[in-house]
Each structure stands twice: as C-alpha cells, then as structure tokens.
Design a protein around this ligand. Structure first.
Ligand SMILES: [Zn+2]
Ligand SMILES: [Zn+2]
Length: 194
C-alpha cells in the first residue's frame, strides 16, 4: 500500500467530510499506516489527521490546552478534530486543572475546563480557597474522610458544620447553603428568641 499516501488516500477524504469508516486501505479500520503522522493512535477514518482537519488547524484555541507531558509525544497535529481519542488537557487557570476528555467532546459543544466550570474540585475552587471563614466551621471528624478541599464552594453535598462561636453546636447542611449565607441554626434561633 505504498502508493496510498495520506494526502491522496480515500480515508483522508472521508475524514474531512466526517464520514464513517473507509473501505480501503484499512480493512478493519484499525490497521496502522506507516505514512500518516497520527497512525499509531488513529483508529478509523474520522480519526485520521490531515493538515486541514487536524485539531491544531481546526480548533487552535482548544489545541492550546493540550497537555504536552501527559499526552506523551502526541501533538494536536496528530489527531483529527473529530477524533474520539481521549486526550489529556490542561487549563492555565489553575495548577491542577488537568483532565481527560475525548477530542470530539471538546471540539463539538465543549463545556470548557470542568474545574473552572465548578464541576470538579481544584485548589482554585475548593471551599477553603473561596470561603476560608466557612471552611473553618467544617466538622473534621463527622465529615471524614471528606475534607473541605474535596468540595467546591457551590457543592450541593450535605456536610457537617461546627459553630465557630459555640463549638458544641453542630448541624448538617449543603455547602451551597452555607455560601448562600446561612449560619449556625442554634445561634440563629437564640438570637431570634432574644
Ligand atoms: Zn480551568
Ligand atoms: Zn452556634
């Protein structure tokens, strides 16, 4: 198959039109070509990278979040922008904003960094980072093994709290509720009674 170079091959055309698995020259869509740059990782026609359909060309702003060390020697030039390859990504907004996602999920309807979006917890969006005063009321023992660093400030998770003024006051409520401004219900009750 030496005459079937990537630029002229039928599967390169199929890849750019977004079609299904090509018939030739890969018989099962899995055979590795020695000619395509992303050959070792490409699995089907839509995965084939060419200059015009590569991730680097079609979605440079997403390619910028490519994680060089974690993706090894692979680069955004090696993958089609519709590839289903699960790559590693890195966002500049936090040292631990690193995640794995299919290239196609990023280039088609991308939700962006899951840490910036608050879907996953990081050093930049955990409770102590954003609300240190509230994190101080975290009940270490009752929430074990969870720590305040394991929850985002917007979390709906029910957690135990210990009143900072009267440490024997303990209650359970969602992190989100604390952020919304609710405090110790016992202190609140006695304040109302007064
Ligand atoms: Zn981020
Ligand atoms: Zn209290």
């Amino acid at each position: 198959m030496g005459h079937l170079l990537p630029t002229k091959s039928p599967w390169a055309r199929t890849a750019s039109s977004g079609g299904g698995v090509a018939t030739a020259p890969t018989t099962n869509g899995r055979r590795v070509s020695r000619y395509a740059p992303g050959a070792q990782v490409a699995h089907s026609a839509r995965e084939r990278a060419s200059y015009t359909n590569s991730l680097a060309t079609r979605a440079p702003e997403i390619a910028e979040q490519w994680h060089p060390p974690l993706n090894g020697a692979k680069t955004p030039h090696d993958f089609a922008w519709k590839s289903s390859y699960a790559a590693q990504w890195k966002c500049p907004n936090g040292p631990d904003h690193e995640w794995r996602a299919q290239i196609s999920s990023r280039t088609h309807g991308d939700a962006g960094c899951p840490f910036c979006a608050g879907h996953r917890v990081s050093v930049t969006n955990c409770l102590p980072a954003l609300f240190p005063e509230i994190a101080r009321e975290w009940h270490g023992k009752l929430n074990r093994p969870l720590t305040p660093h394991d929850v985002t400030a917007g979390s709906k998770r029910l957690c135990w709290w210990r009143c900072r003024r009267r440490p024997w006051h303990m209650w359970r409520t969602a992190v989100q509720q604390r952020i919304a401004g609710t405090g110790c219900p016992y202190c609140h009750r006695s304040a109302v009674r007064r």
